[in-house]
Structure formats: structure tokens, C-alpha cells
Design a protein around this ligand. Sequence first.
Ligand SMILES: CCCCCCCC/C=C\CCCCCCCC(=O)SCCNC(=O)CCNC(=O)[C@H](O)C(C)(C)COP(=O)(O)OP(=O)(O)OC[C@H]1O[C@@H](n2cnc3c(N)ncnc32)[C@H](O)[C@@H]1OP(=O)(O)O
Length: 167
Amino acid sequence: MEKLPRYSECFICGRDNPAGTDITFIRTEEGVACEYLAAPKHNGYRGIIHGGIISALLDECVGWAVSLRAGRMCVTGELTIRFRKSLPVSTKVTVKGFCDPEQKTRRLFRGYGHIEDEAGTVYAKAEGRFFPMSEEAQKPVFECLKMADAPEKAVTPADIWGEDCRK
Ligand SMILES: CCCCCCCC/C=C\CCCCCCCC(=O)SCCNC(=O)CCNC(=O)[C@H](O)C(C)(C)COP(=O)(O)OP(=O)(O)OC[C@H]1O[C@@H](n2cnc3c(N)ncnc32)[C@H](O)[C@@H]1OP(=O)(O)O
């Protein structure tokens, strides 16, 4: 399992965003995943994590999974979240994201994901549609993407997609 790069300013994965969740995503055999320890600074109601935080975690995790498949960084076009169970503060959960293997077009990618705890309880599920950026539009993204274990080290598209890198 390989750590994915982090984007310095991002609310979810940015090192330089103190308001955020300070997440590192990993590439798994099936897609993308991350660990999240539910923190009181992300509360909505007392002791319960805000649905917007849950949505943002799922958005980025599923977004990474489809971006890996698309060969380009994507933007979210549509995201549907089902909040099945309140997520209490201090719960340790795993967020998992997948790309739908049946892609009919390279313009739009479908993905899905969920948040579960160690016992397998599912707190939320997501599905969405994601759009690959043009090569030109994704260039500035790479100015802020840094290696997870070496924040001074820049990342290139080939570091992420290797041979599958889209021209
Ligand atoms: C997600 C990736 C994350 C990867 C992980 C990165 C980690 C580290 C890297 C970096 C960190 C920072 C980044 C994190 C980011 C997190 C994710 C976000 O928050 S992204 C920001 C929020 N999203 C936007 O800003 C998009 C705004 N919308 C647009 O740009 C356009 O609307 C776009 C590209 C989605 C579509 O525009 P058109 O011009 O290509 O398409 P048209 O002509 O409008 O529509 C044509 C057809 O396409 C479908 N379509 C278009 N838009 C759709 C939509 N929103 N949902 C569903 N289908 C849509 C429909 O079938 C539509 O046909 P009909 O209009 O219905 O007849």
C-alpha cells in the first residue's frame, strides 16, 4: 500500500491547513483508503461529527480513486451521501473509495465509497460522478502536490500514473 501525495492547502489532506483533517490517503488493491480519528473540532451537534466533514472525506477519497483510474486529477460533478449512522467523536474509522470498473466514457467517471469502523459498522456511503481535468487545468495542481513522506519533494503525473499517464 502506497501513500498518495498531499496537497498543501487542501482542507482534507493539506499539511498547511490547520482547520483540516490532516489526512494521508493510501492506494490499496481495490482503490483508495484513509484512517480518520473523529475529532471534536469537526463536530456538528455535540459529540457527533458534522455531515459536511463526512461528505468531504468521502468526496476526496472517492475522487482519488477515480483520478487514479482516469489518469488525470478530477473535479466532483455530483456527490450523493447517505448518512446511515451518526459518527461519534473519538471513533476511529476507515474511509474507502473505489472507481466503478464499468466506464462507458473517459469524460465522466463514476465512483463510490463508504466509512466504516473496526467492527465493520458503516456510518456513511457515497456515490458520485467525477470529471477529469484537461492537461492544462491540472498543471497548477502539481505545484501544490507533495510527496507524503517528503513534503519538500514535488510530484509529477508520472509519479502517480506511471506508464498509464495520459497525454
Ligand atoms: C475529485 C478529485 C479529488 C482528487 C483527490 C485530490 C487529492 C489532492 C489533490 C488536490 C487537493 C485539492 C482538491 C480536492 C478536491 C476535492 C473535490 C472537489 O471539491 S472538486 C471542486 C468541486 N467541483 C467543481 O468545482 C466542479 C465544477 N463544475 C465544473 O467544472 C463543470 O460543471 C463540470 C466539469 C463538472 C462539467 O462541465 P462540462 O462543461 O464538462 O459539462 P456540461 O457541458 O456542463 O454538461 C454536459 C453533460 O455532462 C454531464 N454533467 C455535467 N455536469 C454534471 C454534473 N455536475 N453532475 C452530473 N453530470 C454532469 C451531463 O450529462 C451533462 O449533460 P446535460 O447538461 O445534463 O444535458
